[in-house]
Write a protein that binds this ligand. Structure first.
Ligand SMILES: Nc1ncnc2c1ncn2[C@@H]1O[C@H](COP(=O)(O)OP(=O)(O)O)[C@@H](O)[C@H]1O
Ligand SMILES: [Mg+2]
Length: 408
């Protein structure tokens, strides 16, 4: 008997879709497609010990098997009556791109083989009539590729699961934060009210020191109220539904600027908007909060005269818009560029610059729920430029909390 064979071994099943289909065990399922039942049987017989091996004599039958089974390797003959093998593998490659595909060809089919290789439709080829060693080598290569693909898919799935878990935990933490902040409001209001009654009623008759203590209680409860308000605002950005309406950023920046009128009329402070700014879909109220935070920071952390903030449209990738908010302020050292976005992270004392440290965490979260991002570039003494990117169509309205504002 010749070394090359297309004959089935004695006793090999001729039925192209026999009992092996549902067999448990081997990690990889191989599908053999050839219009000659004898070839299908011979290949299946050779492979059946190590792999689950299916067979089909028509393209339609093969597609049906691919739909019903988790096939990882497809071996197909080039010469089939209704569809050439490389055309069939092209279809398989489009629908089941993770499969490894092998074309069986006689040497006369070289052009088809070259085309299939160059179009990435096949991983290898098997000359016909096939030799068992050659078959084993080609299959081993395909199995190695499939093992890598499966490992990658497993790692990806693990990563997605871990990310989902993390998002769930962050969501719960945010709900918890919101509940705590909410419940702290009431007792704090009572403390503030008693402190102010005491200041009014008995304050004037007190010695200097107890009077200072009372003033201290009022000051601290006022600060605590700001922290709690910011915490509530931060936790609500993702808890409450996002509006999704067309909104011009010119209007947004104008409104944010109006909220800073008090600072601007106090003198030595300027905001220049270099419009026109683009439009997006989103939540106008939250976008105003975003730009107000950036512009107020630009004027607050600033010792230049005049203090100046410039707002510019910038180029951005497809489906996105970008705006920069640049100031001539004190700047931020590179080691703090990430940390300033964490909630309540401040680089200065309250007496140097007032604030709670929540503004940038809130601003970044607003950008993220709009499918965008907020980044900065800065150096000490060189001013700071914030870059806001937003998706033109707005963010995907989602119940998946982002991780912004959480220490990373
Ligand atoms: N434009 C800026 N220039 C310099 N430092 C800034 C600027 N914006 C933010 N920072 C720094 O980042 C910290 C966090 O900012 P933010 O979250 O807005 O809090 P807040 O304004 O309440 O301090 C600020 O305390 C400040 O140290
Ligand atoms: Mg701020």
């Amino acid at each position: 008997m010749s070394e090359r064979t297309v004959s089935p071994a004695p006793g090999a099943p001729l039925d192209p879709d026999d009992d092996q289909d549902d067999r448990e065990g081997p990690a990889h399922t191989i599908l053999v497609v050839d219009d000659e039942p004898m070839t299908v049987s011979a290949l299946r017989h050779h492979l059946r010990r190590q792999y689950t091996c299916l067979g089909a004599t028509k393209a339609s039958e093969a597609i049906d098997l691919l739909e019903r089974h988790d096939v990882s390797i497809v071996i197909c003959d080039e010469r089939m009556p209704h569809m050439a093998g490389h055309q069939f593998l092209e279809k398989v490659s489009a629908r089941w791109p993770h499969t490894s595909r092998i074309l069986m060809t006689a040497y006369a089919d070289l052009p088809a083989l070259v085309r299939a290789v160059n179009h990435g439709q096949i991983l290898g080829y098997l000359s016909k009539p096939w030799h068992p060693d050659e078959l084993d080598t080609v299959i081993r290569k395909a199995v190695a590729v499939q093992d890598i693909i499966r490992d990658k898919q497993r790692v990806q799935a693990d990563l997605e699961r871990a990310n989902d878990d993390l998002r769930r935990v962050v969501g719960k933490l945010r709900d918890f934060t919101h509940a705590v902040a909410h419940d702290l409001q009431e007792p704090l209001r009572t403390i503030s009210a008693y402190a102010s009654i005491l200041q009014d009623d008995v304050g004037p008759g007190l010695e200097a020191e107890p009077r200072q203590f009372l003033a201290g209680i009022s000051r601290c409860s006022e600060h605590l109220r700001s922290l709690i308000d910011d915490l509530l605002q931060f936790s609500e950005i993702e808890r409450l539904p996002l509006r999704h309406v067309p909104v011009g950023l010119d209007d947004v920046v104008l409104q944010a600027r109006r909220l800073l009128d008090g600072v601007l009329t106090a003198g030595d402070a300027e905001i220049h908007v270099h419009g026109p700014l683009p439009a997006v879909h989103g939540d106008p109220g939250r976008l105003v909060v975003l730009f107000q935070n950036l512009m107020s920071n630009g004027l607050k952390f600033n010792r230049s005269r005049p203090r100046r903030v410039d707002v510019h449209p910038e180029t951005a990738g497809h489906g996105r818009v970008a705006i920069t908010v640049r100031d001539n302020g004190i700047g931020i050292a590179p080691e703090h560029h990430d940390r300033v976005f964490q909630i309540f992270h401040r680089l200065h004392t309250k007496s140097e610059y007032p604030g709670t440290g929540a503004g940038l965490a809130i601003a970044r979260q607003v950008a993220e729920v709009h499918g965008g991002s907020l980044t900065l570039s800065s150096a000490v003494g060189q001013g700071t430029t914030f870059r806001v990117e937003l998706a033109v169509g707005g963010g995907a309205v989602s119940d998946r909390p982002s991780l912004s504002g959480v220490s990373r």
